[in-house]
Design a protein around this ligand. Sequence first.
Ligand code: AMP
Ligand code: DBH
Length: 549
Amino acid sequence: MSRTLLAGCVAWPAEFEERYRAIGYWSGETFGEMLHQRAQHSPTKLAVICGSRRWTYGELDQRADRFAAGLLKLGIRARDRVVLQLPNIAEFLVACFALFRIAAVPVFALVPHRRTEITYFCRFTGATAYLIADHDGGFDFRQLARQVCADVDTLQHVIVAGDAQEFVAFDSLYAEPCRIEGPASSDIAFLQLSGGSTGIPKLIPRTHDDYLYSVRASVQICGLGPDSIYLCVLPAAHNFALSSPGSIGTLYAGGRVVMTRLPSPDTTFPLIATERVTITSLVPPLALIWLDAARCCEQDLSSLQVLQVGGARFAEEAARRVGRLLGCTLQQVFGMAEGLVNYTRFDDPAQLICGTQGRPISPDDEIRIVDDEDRNVPPGQPGHLLTRGPYTIRGYYRAEAHNAVAFTSDGFYRTGDIVRMLPSGHLIVEGRSKDQINRGGEKVAAEEIENHLIAHPAIHDVALVAMPDADFGERSCAFVIVRQRPGVVDAGALAAELLQFLRERNIARFKLPDRIEFTDSFPKTGVGKVDKRALREQIARLVSAPHQL
Ligand code: AMP
Ligand code: DBH
């Protein structure tokens, strides 16, 4: 059954693979087959709703087949990497399933990514195609594609949903379905992005087998079935919205996916009412906005049964308001694109649903909570979360050196999260050891932004840290040491210049520091490293007592 993996990917050791197959976690099914079966079973059932478009399973399946044929005609082959950067539109699902069917490997970029990130993804994966929408949120992705094409030699095709201009129009690719040699279930299905903590974003290879297991188990835990209607609010390519159980889980269950490009209550509440949405997933800042809006909402939200919140820690106080204000059940979700996903269960007592981030999907998710020396901490104590299991990767794509530190020698992934486990097995996320800012679910790797800032001639050194924020949980603050003495520079003007400098580096906007603080020196740890914990405390004090500024 198993064959060589895409170069640069790390397989599970044979004994684990055999075990996961023997237990039935890895069932041998592929995404393409899964959709095909659903379409054969209920061809006329609605599968996707996107604006005025309403596609049945039969239609979605056919579109995926016809689009797959078009991709083959264009010259895209099995194992070719295709960077996919689409907003929440129905084409996202067509493109994914078509690429899955021809065994090409989508690389899931996020919509806010700009030239620097997209060029990097294309170069690093040797992508031959880049798939975009014409525009979204006022931004013209064709303009971005022109820049990326100039940067990347391997890129041969740009495919555009909407007005394609000089590029290949998405709709023009639909061709007569042809015989397709599909992937093996053990093949890499796609590369997902890691929130990361290093200067270079990491790519996460997931197989049909391992991902479909997490989807199937999520569907069961979250009670999805043919009557489920999932509103896809978060970026469709994000692991949460894709698989926990997300749009793939909804299709797996034979339910209906409603796509929305806009997450705000003015758009989503009427959609919930008219489409009778039963479940959706949000990050905490968005959940807070929804809760506020629900106080004086005139829409009928009574169809909503489950609100999932995850991606960042959801405050217990807010968690307790969900049932009252939205009239539905809360489910907390603590997951990661690398694998492990935890859910609170519907029959958990309220204290666990509101006060914990859930427990793992699988009885075979191995959890270790350890101290700095990798020794198990006493039960109930906080420590570093390490995990290994049937859907947690054993290595990032083409990252041998990083893998040696991100995984233990026996294959546990170092999540970078500090957690505590209750006797029930539920985890509480207490904090983080990885050098990352979690901006309400959007992850910013400190090192990545520090590398950009340090390229500015006025900067001697920089440290990016998280500062507490009522809405986002965290925002980012850059502490900056300038080459000239701080008293000599005009801080306001330099801060504005640094932000402009970062914008010109063409990175996603959510990565720009929310605040810049100039300083003479950094606090140091015993061994002389920048003491980021002290910096975090410093900025937390400033934020909590703004009159001192
Ligand atoms: P990513 O690497 O982008 O897939 O992000 C995964 C990380 O998001 C986890 O390792 C956690 O740090 C964070 N995360 C996800 N869900 C939650 C949650 N419910 N509570 C706290 N942190 C979370
Ligand atoms: O933050 C995440 O990456 C995340 C959150 C919830 C995730 O990957 C998931 C569920 O699957």
